[in-house]
Design a protein around this ligand. Structure first.
Ligand code: ADP
Ligand code: MG
Length: 484
């Protein structure tokens, strides 16, 4: 099982830089430089793992700063990368650490979050691997309730009367029966009944039947007991802390067989998974493959000039961040995690502050800087249709579920791209995010009227419709500020 998993991981990581860029191209339009740097960083991690000897530990991750205006694909690139690498990935807003009330907030929490994620990832993989076995075990447990397994009773002629005469062995009145044979016949009958019922359960024929059973309390979510402040930051919670010390609570519950199958499968799969190896694998994955995305890092840039005011806490956050980026050990509830080889990607618009405004130590830890371009009208046009998750595709799929086919004419897409560019210039440049707001305004009526009021199953969106729906809003700057 472990071997199979490693194979899977291996395969994904074996993507060459060219292949990584090709994968990213499926979702992100343009931004070739950023894609290239990110691909190199990812591949270099894989290369480092192959290096032998003392040098391996010396090779630092290629931490990257993505620089570019908002809405041009910075976060999207990072998100796609993490999916490709099947790596634990967290995104944090750098500015959150400077917020009032958060000053000095444990920056290490991002590593704990990353570890939690990794544990869940590995657990998920393992439970998929044991799913079938767990389902089988669950059904056996249901059968145990419906048809309790036979207890071996000492043979006594008085009791020797099979309860059902169906296919069991009949005892002739006063007749003598061989003790072994009798026992065997009982077992056979029991097995036959179980087989029959098992079949029915598998076919779902008994799904609605109610059974009563003991369910461990954990199978049902309960209120989380909040511990004193600080505990939460350590990543501990009282339930988990004491959960293992207290006797396992069980509760009698009435469930349908369908529900029981789910609950018991869950329980059985927990039993089949060895949490120690899960934790070990999860920590290894965080250390070797984890990715932390620090968004809006420019918000914590800026040297403290006056010695007081918000700048101090900004530099403070940088100082807190530094050891984690440089490589240190963070204590998590799953054990110590070394951050030396975690890949850090940061992003920011850097309109006011510049990367050189970061403290030198931190600058040194982000050796790669890539600029992302503002998106052009033509980029918008492509973003609308090309990516695998393109907005137009999403709306088509949504309406398709109602049996409606919506078509965007080429000219309408061009018009939408043009409007997006215009509004970005006039109001505020929010990049491709503008497409979301424009499309929702454009399609609002259609989305509301389907399926009640629109009778034609084919809806065509042409340029006129786009202009009709949007031009008034675009011309009125106040209006577009609110709506688009
Ligand atoms: N170059 C691009 N190609 C495709 N979609 C993009 C591109 N840039 C932005 N988007 C879309 O715009 C939205 C915001 O992008 P995001 O990456 O979060 O912006 P930011 O650069 O501010 O991090 C996302 O839905 C994303 O899919
Ligand atoms: Mg972003």
């Amino acid at each position: 099982m472990v071997q199979k998993e490693e194979l899977k991981k291996e395969k994904i990581e074996q993507l060459t830089p060219t292949q990584i860029v090709k994968e990213l191209d499926k979702y992100i339009i343009g931004q070739d430089n950023a894609k290239k740097s990110v691909a190199i960083a990812l591949r270099n991690r894989w290369r480092r793992q192959k290096v032998t000897g003392a040098l391996k530990d010396e090779i630092m991750p290629n931490n990257i700063i993505l620089i570019g205006p908002t809405g041009v694909g910075k976060t999207e690139i990072a998100r796609r990368i993490s999916k490709l690498a099947n790596a634990p990935f967290v995104k944090v807003e750098a500015s959150k650490f400077t917020e009032v009330g958060y000053v000095g907030r444990d920056v290490e929490s991002m590593i704990r979050e990353l570890t939690d994620l990794s544990v869940n990832m590995v657990k998920q993989e393992r439970s998929e691997a044991v799913q079938k076995k767990a389902e089988e075990n669950a059904i056996e447990r249901i059968l145990d309730i419906l048809i309790p397994p036979l207890k071996k009773k000492p043979y006594s002629p008085v009791q020797a009367r099979p309860e059902s005469t169906g296919q069991g062995m009949l005892i002739p009145p006063g007749g003598k029966v061989n003790e072994d044979e009798y026992q065997k016949s009982l077992e056979e009958e029991n097995k036959k009944t179980r087989d029959k019922i098992r079949e029915k359960i598998l076919k779902g024929e008994l799904d609605k039947r109610i059974i009563e059973m003991d369910v461990s309390a954990e199978s049902f979510p309960m209120l989380q007991v909040l511990g004193p402040i600080g505990m939460e930051e350590m990543g501990l919670n009282i339930n988990e802390l004491f959960g293992n010390l207290m006797p396992k609570k069980t509760k009698k519950r009435k469930l349908t067989i369908a529900e029981a199958r789910k609950v018991l499968t869950q329980e059985e799969s927990q039993k089949l998974i060895d949490m120690d190896t899960v934790t070990k694998e999860a920590i290894a994955r965080v250390q070797d493959a984890g990715i932390v995305f620090v968004d809006e890092i420019d918000k914590i840039a800026g040297k403290s000039s006056q010695g007081s005011g918000p700048d101090v806490s900004r530099e403070g956050v940088q100082r807190d961040l530094l050891p984690i980026v440089e490589g240190s050990t963070v204590i998590t509830k799953y054990g110590p995690v070394k951050t030396d080889h975690i890949l850090f990607m940061a992003s920011g618009a850097f309109h006011i502050a510049k990367p050189s405004d970061l403290i030198p130590e931190l600058q040194g830890r982000f050796p790669i800087r890539v600029e992302l371009n503002s998106l052009s009208e033509d980029d918008f046009y492509q973003i609308l249709t090309k990516p695998q998750n393109a907005l137009v595709k999403q709306y088509k799929a949504l309406l398709d579920t109602e049996g409606f086919e919506v078509n965007f004419k080429e000219e309408s897409l061009k018009e939408i791209a043009k409007i997006a560019t215009e509004v970005n210039e006039q109001v505020e440049n929010i990049g491709a995010r503008r497409l979301h707001t424009i499309l929702t305004s454009l399609l609002e009526d259609i989305l509301f009227d389907v399926p009640d009021k629109i009778k034609t199953k084919k809806i065509e969106i042409d340029r006129n419709l786009v202009i009709e729906k949007l031009s008034k809003i675009v011309k009125n700057r106040d209006l577009s500020r609110y709506i688009l």
